[in-house]
Design a protein around this ligand. Sequence first.
Ligand code: HEM
Length: 407
Amino acid sequence: MTDTLSDAVSRPEVPDFPMARAAGCPFDPPPALQALREEGPLAKVRLWDGSTPWLVTSYAEQRALLADPRVSADVTRPGFPSPAPRPRNSSLSFILMDDPEHARQRRMVQATFTVRRVESMRPAVQKIVDDLLDELLAGPRPVDLVEAFALPVPSLVICELLGVPYADHDFFQDNSKTIIRRSATPEQRAEAGARLNEYLDELVGRKLAEPGDDLLSRVAERVTSGELTRRQAAQMGVLLLIAGHETTANMIALGTLALLRHPDQLALLRESDDPKLVAGAVEELLRYLNITHNGRRRVAREDIEIAGRTIRAGEGIILANDIGNRDPEVFPDPDELDLRRDARRHVAFGFGVHQCLGQPLARMELQVVYSTLYRRIPTLRLATDLERIPFKHDGAVYGVYELPVTW
Ligand code: HEM
């Protein structure tokens, strides 16, 4: 038996998506999402615009679909399940394109993100972390860990890598936040996107005139060689800048909150100098927190038979990787934060051709942070109640807006 769009839509009980997390459970996927998973790997959900894409809750089907070339990430295709009204003329570069153009553009920058290249940056990242902690320890308390540490670490790193002046961080951090805030109006997002594109376009222009030893200069070379238009180069810069700081910043702050709420796990990390334990802890926190909580968004280009259902060409698909990472078939006791488990198969970085390009960099940054922060400040603790912490329920990336801490 297969299901079609018409019979699924006519059911009155198609739930709205996204769903709300339970009060007091800031790290767990919404209970309604867990209930849907128990009904089967695929279900229909209703989005803000009334459309009813498929929601895929099981790990196996998520990976199968993310690796399936019949599935498209092209946001301009009819049926694409947009998380919010899309501003006209917006683009986030190759993350929202299909092969072969996606692969062509991705290849231009991927050499910078290999494990080897990223490892060569570890001492510089360690210094950034150490310097920021020196400053933090010398300053007043309580302090907002997001502002003083979680945002500056990845922002400094991606600025250095791309060749973007860190002095402009307020400008690009504010505009990035607007772009990924679901509650921002299409106009607000369009304006923020235009400002960032203009800024990156000007920077590409400067790199064309005076190339440096940075990634944006190498992207600018592709403009000179005719492989990219200047607009494409600027859009690629915007993607790398946003993806490079906002995600990792949320993992640092939310990861710290999760560890403070699980003192036995925090103690493991603080008391060990085993790089394997630290690396495993990073994977487990990525799995457990899954900050890209709105699901991977795709649209079917052809009919796809999966798990006894038919996804019709043109139907939207949302791969809910947060609930995928809590699949008990793959991760025993999935709702436990267990830094010693082997969590490497998680889908927090996605899967398939769009799997996170920056993952070696994100991993290395998080390893440096998690192995340094709690050892340098062993008495680190929350300076407020959990109930008063503002969570990013409305963001494309989950996390906390502020994390007041003291020691
Ligand atoms: C903990 C931090 C991070 C998380 C959780 C994360 C998560 C993700 C996910 C889930 C995707 C897949 C999107 C999709 O399939 O639709 C993705 C793609 C991407 N990420 Fe990350 N990311 C992180 C850090 C970074 C960093 C540091 C960079 C550096 C620039 C980066 C650059 C990218 C790029 C360029 C893509 C698009 C890849 C493509 O379409 O081929 N990310 N990321």
